[in-house]
Design a protein around this ligand. Structure first.
Ligand code: AMP
Length: 395
């Protein structure tokens, strides 16, 4: 990475302003999953060990659209972080103005404070330069560790970086290292596995990956659209009628590189307790039935295809894994990845649903890297430049 990181700068005695991704799920003020807070801890601890004057954390949470919304306050996150760090993390009721600067000035030396949701101001998502200037007043140096928002050009990650020396945190660096290395210089064979609901949102990823990988294994709802493009009757399965033409072209361009499921688990309704059975991929789906997972032969053949892989990138579940009856395909692929990791492959899971599935399967620790940013990792896989990274100070 040609950008400065926290390791390249002197932080002692400075007010370190750090953009984190604390966009955690909340249920009536209770944090239901603190993965993102945990992911920021290595950088937070690294910075505190460097004896800064103060560590000032800022983040967005949800989509309050420029207005104060108590349900999207970061106050519960400050309490959670205090409990994890075992010392008091202060909280400022606003991310700019006197509420912020006053609370920062009142911190003890080496104190930590979390500022209120940056998206309570419209200037955040419009990357307003005046708002960015006000945010920058909160620190002497800027650290960006929010990989989850690195694909957005907002004031708290991009605008502020033009006002202060701006460096990457350890999480951002690790995310870029894994994903960029995989794409630029992968150990081969390089295999990508793509799933999820739709082809349409992932056309750019498929095209970009086809130019780089040795094999592309397809599952999930998106496989249905490819099958329909080949003329198979998919009955009530999720099929994108307006993506059929592009699916046909992708199949033609991909040749043998792109593999579709050998069998599928079909159901008579979209419910966990539906009747279900496995059919081969050359059979039509019976009327009123729908395909909700890859079948056991596909898990076996994809597992076989992964044998000896040097690098594997996975984005998107293989079926409706949220329902246990249709989670076997996704969990089977997660197990195959764990198996290959143990044999020396670098295995990377793009964030979002596939990351959640790997966590649910209890296999997260057994893979090389689980990304904390679904959207950002997809854009990297598409070969796009992330604005949050581009804005940082060059080495
Ligand atoms: P995406 O955000 O595009 O990665 O899609 C993730 C969603 O795709 C998950 O919520 C899955 O339940 C859903 N999904 C995966 N396979 C299927 C399928 N065969 N039919 C309908 N939805 C699916």
């Amino acid at each position: 990475m040609n950008k400065k990181t926290v390791r390249d700068v002197d932080l002692a005695g400075k007010r370190v302003l750090m953009r984190v991704d604390f966009n955690v799920p909340l249920d009536e003020g209770e944090i239901t999953d603190d993965t993102r807070i945990q992911a920021a801890l290595p950088t937070i601890r690294y910075l505190l060990d460097r004896e800064p004057k103060a560590l000032i954390l800022m983040s967005h949470l949800g989509r309050p659209k420029g207005k104060r919304a108590p349900a999207m306050s970061l106050a519960p996150v400050a309490a959670n972080l205090s409990a994890i760090l075992e010392f008091d993390v202060a909280f400022a009721d606003d991310c700019v103005g006197n509420a912020a600067t006053g609370a920062i000035a009142a911190l003890p030396v080496g104190g930590v404070i979390l500022l209120e949701n940056t998206r309570f101001h419209t200037g955040e998502t419009t990357n307003d330069s005046e708002f960015a200037r006000e945010l920058a007043l909160n620190g002497d140096i800027f650290v960006n560790d929010a990989f989850g928002t690195a694909h957005r050009a907002h004031a708290s990650n991009v605008g502020v970086a033009s006002q202060l020396e701006a460096v990457a945190g350890l999480l951002l660096e690790r995310e870029i290292d894994y994903l960029a290395t995989a794409l630029e210089n992968p150990r081969r064979p390089f295999v990508a596995i793509l799933g999820g609901a739709k082809v349409s949102g992932k056309i750019d990823v498929i095209e970009a990956l086809l130019g780089k990988v040795d094999m592309l294994l397809v599952g999930g709802g998106m496989a249905n659209t490819f099958f329909a493009a080949q003329g198979r009757d998919m009955a009530d399965s999720l099929v994108e009628a307006d993506a059929l033409e592009i699916a046909r072209e992708l199949l033609k361009d991909a040749g043998d590189k792109l593999q579709l499921p050998a069998d599928q688990r079909i159901a008579d309704s979209f419910r966990n307790d539906a009747q279900h059975q496995v059919i081969a991929a050359d059979a039509d789906v019976p009327s009123c039935w729908q395909s909700l997972d890859i079948g056991p032969d596909t898990v076996r053949s994809y597992r076989q295809a992964l044998q000896g892989a040097g690098t594997v990138v996975w984005n998107g579940p293989m079926g409706v894994f949220e329902m246990p009856a249709f989670a076997k395909g996704t969990f089977g692929i997660a197990e195959a990845l764990a198996e290959q990791t143990a044999k020396g492959a670098t295995t990377i899971v793009g964030g979002g649903d596939s990351a959640a599935a790997v966590e649910q399967a209890g296999l997260a620790e057994q893979l090389s890297h689980i990304s904390t940013g679904g959207g950002a990792s997809l854009e990297l896989l598409e070969g796009k430049i992330l604005p949050g990274l581009a804005a940082l100070t060059d080495r």
